[in-house]
Design a binder for this molecule. Sequence first.
Ligand SMILES: *[C@@H]1O[C@H](CO)[C@@H](O)[C@H](O)[C@H]1NC(C)=O
Length: 452
Amino acid sequence: MQQTNFFVAITFLAVALQFFLQPQLASGQGKMATVLSIDGGGVRGIIPGTLLRFLESKLQELDGANARLADYFDVIAGTSTGGLVTTMITAPNKDNRPMYAAKDINKFYLENCPKIFPQSSRDNFITKVKSLFGKVTGPKYDGKYLSSLTKEILGHITINQTLTDVIIPTFDIKRLQPVIFSTNDGKENVLKNALLSDICLGSSAAPTFLPAHYFETKDGDGKTRSFDLIDGGVAANNPTLMAITHISKRILMGKFKVVDMKPMESSKMLVLSLGTGTPKLEEKYSAVEASKWGLLSWVYEDGATPIVDAYSDASSDMVDIHVSTLFQSLRSEKNYLRIQDDTLTGDASLADIATTENLQKLVQIGNELLKKPVSRVNLETGRFDEVRGEGTNEAALIRFAKLLSEEHKLRPAKLRPSPAQGGPTTGGEHLRRSHAITGILLACIFVELSLI
Ligand SMILES: *[C@@H]1O[C@H](CO)[C@@H](O)[C@H](O)[C@H]1NC(C)=O
């Protein structure tokens, strides 16, 4: 009898020990650096908005309703409209959690795009372009609403305060050089620690659409730096590669501590890259037409802007090709998921058609994109070919959600943004501790019994 009690005690003690040892096993280093990247594309930001809503809902199914995208990605990069989305999901609210849940991104677009891109301005612009004697001065939109909106929402928040590392590219038209804003730079260099509102306005100032944006930053000694910014899309409409090199640079500097990896080691990266859609299949321009275009037609042709379409698509695809090759070279192509729709047509393919009808259509396009098969760029044709055996984008995002959730649990708590108090992790922690304590108490009782 006493012996039995003793064995039972040992068993309880062993179980209790296990509960105590568990957190030590779980708080080791991360296995993969995680990256989210969002392209530019004006109102078409609704397409990645829809995909992100789906991804966050899957993360919430795994880790509880308080889970937010910013908890899971080491780096979030966004250009232009992608920069706005990045800011929405990483700027801190008063509780130091993301200002917007992913499900609120589309709400924001549906509510504000009609005021950022009023269709009357568009009609005016078209009338001016069409009248030979009219003068086309200024961009299509004055940008005043977007400016007051971002300032009102973001207030004095600077880029060093985002809840995970963000990267937002812009282009300085005065110095003719890309200016890349990042949380890390903001923390290390006061002159690069600009207001998020200024960065958003700079990165979304697409030529011919919105005015260029000027601002200054100041350091403690009163030294200033000026910025004359236009859309980051001219530098990197798809900021995926920028995010990857950013991590690699941090590794070289010995400052990337969450994962033990080499620079550009794609087998230790999990990269989700979201496009905003393109009208590739529509083939709306041709050499025969383009050879007749004058200055104006390159900027404005039948409601579209060929020069902006060409450079933004070219730069998005070049990055996709580079990144695809990088991942294929280490046989880790499953770690890179690029979701892009190349079948847009008509209004949906433009960056500034902010009618409710078109905005709703974009939501629908995003939802349909989830059901399409995972595709990868064909280096010959430039088209996206279905990848056999990898299922739909939806299935791929579910797979990513699981990997992101596992990765999140590997990170030591202080290195990762906490997924909200009272969330499942904290709950799990309490449960684990109480199991351990119960185990020890039971063990003690049985040790006593065995001694009687
Ligand atoms: C961020 O920058 C602001 C303004 O320069 C500064 O007051 C704040 O302490 C900085 N915060 C962090 C986390 O670096």
